[in-house]
Write a protein that binds this ligand. Sequence first.
Ligand SMILES: *Cc1c(COP(=O)(O)O)cnc(C)c1O
Length: 383
Amino acid sequence: MITKINQDAMIVRLLPDRRAWKEIHYENLKYNVETLQSLLPKGCEFMAVVKADAYGHGAVSTASYLNRLGIRAFAVATVQEGVELRIHGIQGEILVLGYTSPRQIHLLTTYDLIQTAADCAHARALNDAACYPVKIHIKLDTGMHRLGERSDHIQEIASLFTCEKLQILGMYSHLCVADSQKMEDILFTRLQISSFFKTTEQLKEQGLNPGKLHLQSSYGVLNYPDLPVSYARFGIAMYGCYSSPEPGLMNILPLRPVLSLHARIAVIKELQPGETVSYGRNFRAGAPMRIAAVTIGYADGLPRSLSNQQIPVLVRGRKTHIIGNICMDQMVIDVTQIPEARPGDIVTIIGTNGTHTLRAENLAEAAGTITNELLCRLSIREE
Ligand SMILES: *Cc1c(COP(=O)(O)O)cnc(C)c1O
């Protein structure tokens, strides 16, 4: 699958050979960034999370565009993702959110990346391996129990300030139920927030400077917008999506999806009553019908679990649906009600076609996952 940078009908027509592709709508990215920035309290900077190839949107192209918008803080999952951005000239701070082996420390210093200290032991290992000062943000565990030093280990955390090679530029934590409206989860999130600031305050009382603080990702900002932090880390919301369909939130804050997904009709044929479609023969025609084979499959990242669910797709501005099992490189749709459909027609799986729009949130839900996973798995396959 190839990523096409502009939604422009002319370009599609000029490239009749594309079989499956993503389109990246930068004007929507700009809208989302500006909308989300307007939610941030004064002094809180927008950190763009561009890990996993910017959730399938293309890390280098997305970060370059964000640089032009004035975004100067980025987060990636791995040191290699950070290196990739630097090699392509991305300016500003790049924070590596995940674990990096001390053996890769030269990459952090050569490419001016900020490394997350996954806990105190990791921080000390980085210090021991370093020839040059290494920039870090210390991650505090306030209840997610994944990365981070437990936030009540004040003395261990304080002792890191004596490590000569560590430049402690910030501290952060991650909220694990900030998306939930359940009272139990709201209370838990508030506890995470207070644990985080309790630790940073206690360090300050010891005369130590915890540096820049940050805590919220997309839902953290949406549900807990007014925290005294230096950054907010935006992933999914920046891409114009919610993790799952949220009719309420989507109305209050109508973000605009940045990615759309398209393929083409390869073959059209008639089906007689009783004939079946695709592997497993899970779809059976109840009446004469017209079907089309479409040039996208699960190897392109369209989950096979979307098979036999009447998942909607758009052809010539009309809505129809997927039938039968999704295959590795292809799928089949019903075009009985679209007699004008022809081989070569564009099939929209996510995005707008005519007056209809299909959202990634609904596709993800039908696939039994969240939008984040669906998007970042949409893979690149050269034509
Ligand atoms: C992925 C990630 C984010 C972004 O999360 P979204 O929910 O997509 O906004 C923020 N912080 C950390 C630590 C992450 O791993």
